[in-house]
Write a protein that binds this ligand. Structure first.
Ligand code: GCB
Length: 620
């Protein structure tokens, strides 16, 4: 041993006996490709929803190699160590998909690591492939099958999957998942954000069975010339040269294409004459079937175009004003959950429809696919966003890679949803060089991944404007605006700023950009049932007055193209401390946690109904 080696060995020994050495972490494989198999819900498989065992691991012992008695990934510890301090079979149960905050009272504000285990019975067939698919887990997830680490995924709202062909055993398998909900400087969002950090396996998990060669990805929609553009990607040994058959049975139309050497097909065909365009007024969907070799998959798609021409928006060539509302992924109810089943998602979107909305801003992260598919069905245009929120580590390449993976996963998942018209790359980020570069790269990536939709980001800080002291002038001059299609502005005049509600409508706007502007947020907190003079904060009357003022202000906004006020429902937020009015709820909802409507709801309903020419009942 050299002197240096001696010193190293000695210090390691000292550190070990002092208990301070970080044991080797479990080796981490490269991140999984962010883009998952298209329309996985339509595939044959086993739903792994139900009761899973769990262990709360506050000190993250389970990801340290040392201390085999705490080697959670193993179904049964591989040692007879006398100090075995875990036993999966007697650990408590939690429902998956689910968040721990709403299920386990003492974990209401827990933000750390939890381990989950579920036994999975399987009978793998030769010649078939198997994929474990997670629709989402928040935030840092490691997945182990029969003690082996399959991989890791970071990000709370995007899907990920691992192929387990050859790893899945006949009979019982042990699936162990660790989920760490902690946020820090390197996560997206970082530490400070205004919503409940629901931890856990928050969306469904499935074990999917596929033929050896299968349709991994497909995209279909209208191109700018009004033709059907299609593309598909096969995966497996028989991909090259395979025939891919497309069919739209409701339109009596089918066609096929031969895959190239990489298993890809693409092309265009005319849109059948009898096909109707998808729109909020008439959300027409058509069945689609794709088949190749032994594989086939079905979907429901719609045909529409979305464009910006100068400072105006057009849907199917018709002028469009986006009249909607912002929504968090949180169910209506006194103890809300992150998990939205179809009924819970429908309840939220039905409230948006009742307002007369044609649009929803799904804030501040990609919502469950259930929401987006329902928006397709119910006729609501969708803004979908990644959680690049407030200040994050804009200078870090690793953080950029994580944001980029979220963006690509979001776009890939919902590529075939006609409701989605806007991809948003951020919300209320501080203007500086690192942020400008970071967001410009994301915008370029989003455009390259999907040239058929509009790109936006919600902005709030307005440099050079002199703020509202400058004669109540809002100048839309964030340099990011040069790169976006839709300029989305969040304003809280009359709530956070110096103005009183009656002054709000008089605010003036100015911009040098010839682009559509939407008010992506405005609002005020109100406790349902608290009635007072409109000058009294936290009253329904104050909130209603703010809504009246903003509706009047729209006449002064250049290139006004719509709004999505903040927010449909009061939502959980640990940074809302006011004892009387908040109690850890953000009270800017138009409805309260149980769904009771506040006065401002009616103000917005009247505006949307008259702007869209709806009768009172039409939106209900
Ligand atoms: C904002 C944020 C939103 C907050 C809201 C508020 O500007 O975009 O996430 O919840 O303000 O209530 O302050």
């Amino acid at each position: 041993m050299t002197g240096l080696q001696n010193i190293k060995a000695l210090s390691l020994f000292l550190a070990l006996i002092a208990g301070t050495a970080r044991a080797d972490p479990v080796p981490e494989p490269a991140a999984e490709p962010p883009v998952t198999i298209e329309n996985i819900r339509a595939r044959t498989g086993t739903d792994l929803s139900g009761q899973w065992r769990y262990i709360v691991d506050r000190s993250r012992l389970g990801i340290r190699k040392r201390g085999m008695q705490r080697n959670f990934p193993q179904d049964r510890p591989a040692t007879n160590h006398p100090l075995l301090e875990y036993d999966w079979d007697t650990s408590p149960l939690m429902t998956v998909p689910g968040d721990w905050n709403s299920q386990i009272p003492e974990m209401a504000m827990y933000e750390g690591m939890v381990w989950f285990r579920r036994k999975v019975e399987a009978a793998p067939q030769p010649g078939k492939r198997y994929v474990l698919h997670f629709e989402a887990a928040n935030y840092d997830t490691r997945v182990f099958l029969n003690g082996e680490l399959l991989g890791r995924h970071r990000g709370g709202f995007t899907p990920f999957e691992f192929e387990v062909t050859g790893k899945l055993q006949a009979g019982s398998n042990s699936l162990v998942v660790s989920v760490d909900a902690a946020h820090g400087l390197d996560t997206i969002p970082a530490e400070d954000f205004d919503w409940q950090n629901y931890g856990g396996i928050t969306r469904p998990v499935r074990l999917v069975e596929l033929p050896a060669t299968f349709i991994r990805d497909y995209r279909i929609g209208l191109d700018s010339a009004g033709r059907i553009a299609f593309a598909a990607q096969l995966d497996g040994p028989d991909s090259a040269g395979a025939e891919v058959r497309f069919s739209l049975p409701d339109l009596s139309r089918s066609w096929s294409a031969k895959a190239d050497a990489e298993g890809r097909v693409s092309g265009t065909i005319p849109l059948p004459r009898k096909a109707a365009r998808w729109s909020p007024e008439s959300p027409q969907l058509y069945r689609l079937t794709l088949a190749a070799g032994a594989d086939s998959v079905t979907d429901r798609i719609g045909f529409r175009t979305i464009e910006r021409r100068g400072n105006k928006l057009f849907l199917n060539g018709q002028p469009l004003t986006l009249l909607g509302v912002s929504i968090h992924e949180e169910a209506i109810g006194t103890t809300p959950t992150r998990v939205l089943d179809e009924a819970a998602a429908r309840a939220l979107l039905s409230e948006a429809k009742a307002l007369g909305s044609n649009f929803v801003r799904l804030a501040h992260y990609p919502h469950t696919e259930t929401m987006v598919r329902l928006a397709d069905e119910m006729g609501l245009l969708v803004w979908s966003e990644i959680p690049v929120y407030w200040d994050i580590a804009f200078g870090s390449e690793a953080t950029y890679a994580e944001a980029s993976a979220m963006l690509r996963a979001m776009i890939a998942r919902d590529m075939n949803r006609p409701s989605v018209v806007i991809w948003s790359v951020a919300n209320e980020t501080p203007i500086n060089d690192a942020r400008n570069r970071f967001l410009q790269r994301l915008i370029d990536e989003a455009r390259a991944a999907d040239p058929s939709r509009l790109i936006s980001a919600a902005m709030d800080k307005m440099p050079e404007a002199g703020g509202l002291d400058d004669g109540n002038l809002i100048r839309v001059n964030d340099p990011l605006a040069a790169h976006l299609d839709v300029l989305a502005i969040n304003r809280y005049d009359g709530w956070y700023g110096p103005l009183t509600p009656p002054e709000v409508a008089g605010v003036r706007w100015e911009t040098r950009f010839d682009k559509p502007i939407i008010l992506s947020e405005f609002g005020a907190g109100a406790l349902h049932g608290y009635r007072a003079d409109p000058s009294v904060r936290w009253s329904e009357d104050y909130q209603a007055e703010i809504y009246r003022q903003y509706v009047a202000m729209t006449a002064r906004i250049p290139n006004y193209a719509g709004m999505s006020p903040w927010i449909l429902k009061d939502f959980r937020s640990p940074r809302r401390f006011h004892g009387r009015f908040q109690g850890y709820w953000n009270r800017k909802g138009l409805i309260d946690p149980e769904g009771q409507r506040k006065l401002a709801w009616e103000v917005l309903r009247d505006y949307y109904h008259s702007a869209r020419g709806l009768t009172a009942e039409a939106g209900e």
